[in-house]
Design a binder for this molecule. Structure first.
Ligand code: ATP
Length: 228
């Protein structure tokens, strides 16, 4: 079902108002669990992917929509020489200062929401079979749960997460452990999921699981349609 052209723009619309066009699937998991690996594979199968972490990076990249607002609120020392947010500096500030975290989120969250809705409208009109919202802190944020038809959690042992992130992001172990501690734990996340993707094996194992996931999402939609 295409979106009526009289639908309000992304600025005025809400995700809730877009529900019912295609299934909404949430995809979450702890740092380094494999959310991007799973969403890349789902994209190859035709899913519409909206990665909120990527959007958060884009709005804080050079010329990003959040940059002038961050500069005004926090000062030019938080913008690096390329014109992007200085992530290391901002990470230390918001870790130590909850008020600063709130101020940053007041800037970024509405911009992320607006871009998420814009992409959702575009993908629905492109007739994707379903939308996958990749949201690292989906469980923690609490706003998503009522919107979703399916909630997929990517899970693997914490030690595997730590090793993958140390390797990928060249972060020291204590930094990765600190991020892990600030997130929901595995059990909390799994308790909300209706599908759990184990990702402690090879990428070939993951590929087979993601194909099953794709089929399950489509089947769940058929079941919902036939029971309504
Ligand atoms: P973040 O929360 O930091 O955004 P993420 O959950 O999106 O991470 P990925 O970026 O998909 O996780 O994976 C983390 C790292 O582990 C990447 O370098 C990825 O290539 C690698 N990886 C993911 N799954 C596997 C796997 N099954 N086997 C080997 N490497 C993997």
């Amino acid at each position: 079902m295409a979106i009526d052209p009289t639908t309000p723009s992304a600025k005025q619309a809400s995700l809730d108002s877009l529900k019912g066009h295609v299934p909404f699937v949430g995809l979450t998991g702890g740092i380094g669990s494999g959310k991007t690996a799973v969403s890349d594979l789902l994209a190859q199968l035709g899913a519409g992917i909206i990665d909120t972490d990527l959007i958060a990076h884009q709005i804080t990249a050079p010329n990003g929509a959040a940059i002038p607002l961050i500069q005004e609120r926090f000062g030019p020392e938080f913008i690096d020489s390329s014109g992007a947010l200085d992530r290391t500096k901002m990470r230390s500030l918001v870790f130590a200062d909850p008020e600063a975290r709130k101020a940053l989120e007041t800037i970024t969250h509405p911009l992320i929401r607006e871009e998420t809705i814009r992409q959702a409208m575009e993908l629905i009109n492109a007739k994707v079979p379903y939308l996958v919202f990749v949201v690292p802190l989906l469980i923690e944020s609490g706003n998503w749960l009522s919107l979703l038809d399916d909630l997929v959690v990517v899970d693997c042992p914490e030690e595997v997460q730590i090793e993958r992130v140390m390797h990928r992001s060249k972060l020291p172990r204590n930094e990765v452990e600190r991020i892990l501690k600030a997130q929901a734990n595995r059990q909390e996340r799994i308790a909300h999921a209706n599908v759990v993707i184990e990702n402690q094996g090879s990428l070939a194992d993951l590929q087979a699981r993601v194909l099953e996931l794709h089929q399950k999402i489509l089947q769940n939609q058929k079941d919902r349609t036939s029971s309504s």
